[in-house]
Design a protein around this ligand. Structure first.
Ligand code: G3I
Ligand code: 9MR
Ligand code: ZN
Length: 547
């Protein structure tokens, strides 16, 4: 059946506006709710690209800037409903923020705010320190990581970092109100986003040991079955400390101290004290302390091959927060090691740039953010800026290779491909802050279009947003709660050529990368959700305001 693939939510009045057709239609029109044409145009044949496998025709209606609700019509095919206006993303922004509230662990939900998605308090028992004969520890609180009930320090730190760097770059994120309990501070109430992030920061503080090091994760020994969180009552374990978690925590606490200082000085001081403690542990323990799952345990591993980027991020973040030269010197030394790491990765075919990496593993890009925000002229900051611009240009060039103007290549369609995309959109967003370019903006818009339905699966990868939004996330509470609709605002992991779960393996072989997807609850390698797949979207949305 012929399809009009397009963003099913909407477009800011002044942004680029495109739809992609998988059939030959020379003309198209955009009609309003009465069926009256408000725009007529000609399509452009793009041809067949590698990632979608579709022979596509592009309908560009960027010139249409009239506010309203419309549909695109080509031949006898009518596309999904979408809107144009300055507030088209207001609901989406609230939804993607509110998901963190629903993911809260411990005794933290209130029926007044959680509504039908309320669940009873969970995971309140003290956690056994794995392999040690010491007293169990209270590490209650924070956010469940994802579709599972684990809580992982590096994943949590990175999600918090996306949200907090978002706030540093784009102050308007502080204005999003998403109906969560108010949190008092010296200045009255914390802005919602900071109140929500504080929940995770408070938990991460509990994950820090007396000596400054940080436990890598707290989970049951194996993943729970499909039960509500309060029914997952197996013993909780604090698994080993790692230099990965300790580096990320040193970094994110220093970053947080710069933001919370404006609202609550005592809290900011505590964050800084904890950051320094973690950093001291890193200096006293220069050898990498990586992480492997305990024998027989199957919860998330979040393994990394080295800890250079984690230490680099910590040094950059502490430099930004304190201005002390010793952190700059550490960052400089670590940057040399990252440069050789980058060179080796490139020899193996890696196309990106380590200094722009923003994921749960490679975090040097977050260090670059601190240097860029410091707004000081020095060689590290200049280099970071140049690398963001170069990477953004590479991404824009990639976008030209497919009909969707999508800045991804086949190799990007791995587990959590939507995050690969969102990290790229973060890079483009910051490149656009450094040096405004129409091309950067258009590539960001196309990326958002892809997530919201302009893809060959014809699906919006954000629940509750778009006529054809996915509905069956691999998410335990949603799977068992008897409520038809999942929480709105969840970002799916998205297509993954690896097809790494049993259900995914029922898909036909050799599908184009963009089609390696199934909206099925069993598909944890294609359709799970996580805190760090929502957080980069919040960052990117922060930059999207109508001029
Ligand atoms: O880095 C390699 C790359 O070099 C290679 O070309 C590519 C192709 O296979 O793979 C890349 O590695 C991938 C790795 O993520 C890094 O992104 C692996 O294939 C992929 O299996 C791995 O997936 C991770 C998955 O856990 C399994 O370990 C996801 O990123 C990560 O988001 C996910 O995290 C899980 C937690 O463990 C548990 N909680 C839920 C969460 C989301 O599913
Ligand atoms: O539900 C788990 C999901 O959150 C994880 O991302 C995934 C990989 O760690 O594992 C899922 O749990 C599966 C387990 O690993 C194997 N048995 C089936 C479980 C899902 O039903
Ligand atoms: Zn819980």
């Amino acid at each position: 059946m012929s399809k009009v693939f397009m963003n099913q939510v909407g477009f800011l009045s002044d942004s680029a506006k495109r739809a992609v057709l998988d059939f030959d239609a020379p003309d198209f029109k955009v009609v309003d709710e009465n069926g009256t044409a408000v725009f007529c145009g000609k399509t452009q044949h793009f041809g067949t690209d590698e990632i979608s496998g579709e022979d596509t025709y592009v309908a560009d209606f960027s010139e249409l800037s009239k506010d309203g609700t419309f549909r695109l019509v080509a031949g006898d095919v009518t596309g999904p409903s979408f809107t144009i206006g300055s507030n088209v993303f207001d609901k989406l922004k609230k939804d993607i923020c509110k998901c963190f509230y629903y993911l809260r662990c411990g005794d933290a939900l209130d029926k007044k705010y959680a509504g039908v998605y309320y669940h009873k308090p969970c995971h309140l028992s003290k956690a056994t320190v794995y392999g040690e004969d010491t007293e169990p520890v209270d590490v209650s609180g924070g956010w469940h990581d994802a579709g599972d009930y684990g809580r992982y320090s590096t994943a949590g730190a990175v999600a918090v970092a996306h949200l907090l760097y978002g706030v540093r770059f784009f102050k308007n994120l502080l204005d999003i109100e998403f109906d969560i309990p108010k949190e008092k501070c010296d200045k009255g109430n914390l802005p919602d986003i900071l109140a929500e992030v504080k929940v995770e920061l408070d938990f991460l503080m509990k994950m820090q040991r007396e000596n400054g090091s940080v436990w890598h994760k707290v989970t049951t020994f194996n993943h729970a079955g499909f039960v509500m969180p309060e029914e997952d009552t197996s013993e909780l374990f604090l698994f080993n400390v790692s230099s990965l978690a300790t580096g990320d925590i040193a970094a994110v606490f220093a970053l947080a101290s710069t933001i919370y200082r404006d609202y609550d000085k005592a809290y900011a001081d505590k964050l800084m004290e904890r950051s320094l403690k973690a950093y001291k542990w890193l200096l006293d323990n220069p050898e990498p302390l990586l992480f492997k799952n305990a024998e027989g345990s199957n919860t998330g591993e979040y393994g990394e091959a080295e800890d250079i980027s984690n230490r680099y991020w910590a040094a950059c973040s502490l430099y930004e927060a304190t201005g002390e030269d010793k952190y700059f010197r550490d960052a400089k030394e670590l940057s040399e090691r990252l440069i050789s790491f980058d060179k080796q990765a490139k020899k193996k075919g890696y196309q990106g740039d380590v200094f722009t990496c923003l994921g749960w593993a490679e975090v040097a890009g977050l260090g670059s953010f601190s240097l860029i925000l410091k707004n000081e002229k020095n060689d590290l900051a200049d280099d970071a800026k140049a690398r963001f611009i170069a990477e953004a240009k590479r991404l824009c060039a990639n976008a030209k290779k497919n009909g969707f103007n999508l800045c991804m290549e086949k190799t990007d369609f791995i587990w959590g491909s939507n995050m690969e995309l969102l990290k790229y959109l973060m890079v483009l967003t910051v490149a656009n802050v450094i040096s405004e370019e129409k091309e950067f903006k258009d590539t960001i818009t196309s990326g958002i279009d892809y997530l919201l339905g302009c893809n060959s699966m014809d699906v919006s990868y954000v629940t509750g947003n778009g006529e054809k939004a996915f509905k069956n996330p691999h998410l335990r509470p949603t799977a068992v709660d008897d409520i038809e609709e999942p929480w709105p605002g969840l970002v799916s992991g998205g297509p993954n050529i690896g097809l790494q779960d049993e259900r995914a393996q029922t898909l036909p072989k050799n599908l184009p990368a963009m089609k390696c997807y199934l909206d099925h609850v069993d598909c944890y390698s294609l359709n799970e959700i996580t805190i760090y797949w929502n957080s980069p979207f919040v960052f990117v949305m922060g930059s999207l305001v109508s001029n």
